[in-house]
Ligand binder design. Structure first.
Ligand code: FES
Length: 239
């Protein structure tokens, strides 16, 4: 090892990475794109979606690249028939509990789940059965929540907890009754939510959409680095 860096190859490209970093971080620094749904760079990985699986030479199974740390001499492949098959399977499962009538979704055309389904050729689910069928929650003054579009990546909850330190959002319930809400049955307008919008920005589907963005399609809005106005610390956001 030179300069305390780890040397590995990703898709045949020689890459150097800081010890302790993950395959996903090393790949991203090298300009190699790995699909993710639950990963957010500022947050501790949740590893719940498994879209980021990769093949590592000499290792059984497909590890999640967002949690697998780099090792000296590692050879990683990010796009193989095996990883594509695994991703198609994950998308198939996600669609088994997700509305596929994208034309009615406010996030149509700017949805990461839709993008991956297109990329991996998954148009419909092969699993028929019960789905979440819950009413939309429009009680927040800042956003709407559609539980039928939620893929339980928990980005909203983790963003609220880690970036905004509010811990307003909580994922509660079991099975089909699991949903994003606030603890103790309080209403959004009585909660500590200040409408920072980080949960909406983090959502990879149309489950959380900003009320104020109604007049604009997602691709008409520009994402900018901004400063949180809620205290004197001046936290910077660029989700
Ligand atoms: Fe790695 Fe979801 S991004 S498991």
């Amino acid at each position: 090892m030179e300069n305390n860096l780890i040397h590995l190859t990703i898709d045949g490209v020689a890459v150097e990475a800081v010890p302790g970093s993950t395959i996903l971080q090393a790949a991203s620094a090298a300009g190699i794109n790995i699909p993710t749904l639950c990963y957010l760079k500022h947050l501790t990985p949740d590893a719940s979606c498994r879209m980021c699986v990769v093949e590592v030479e000499g290792r059984r199974g497909l590890p999640a690249s967002c949690t697998e740390e780099v090792r000296e001499g590692m050879a990683v492949q990010t796009h193989t028939e095996k990883t594509a098959q695994a991703r198609r399977f994950i998308l198939d499962l996600l669609l088994s509990n997700h509305c596929t009538d994208c034309f009615t979704c406010p996030q149509n055309g700017a949805c990461r789940l839709q993008d991956y389904c297109w990329e991996y050729g998954v148009e419909h689910t092969s699993y028929q059965g019960k789905r979440v069928d819950a009413p939309k929650d429009v009680s927040s003054p800042f956003f709407n929540y559609d539980p039928n579009l939620c893929i339980m990546c928990r980005k909203c909850e983790r963003t609220c907890e880690s970036l905004q330190c509010r811990e307003t959002i909580s994922i509660q319930g079991r099975g089909f009754d699991t949903k994003m809400t606030i603890p103790f049955g309080r209403r959004w307008k009585d909660s500590s939510c200040e409408g920072c919008g980080n949960c909406v920005a983090a959502c990879p589907t149309g489950a959380l959409t900003a009320k104020g963005a109604k007049k604009f399609r997602p691709w008409e809005v520009k994402r900018v680095r901004t400063t949180c106005p809620h205290c004197a610390v001046g936290c910077q956001y660029d989700l």
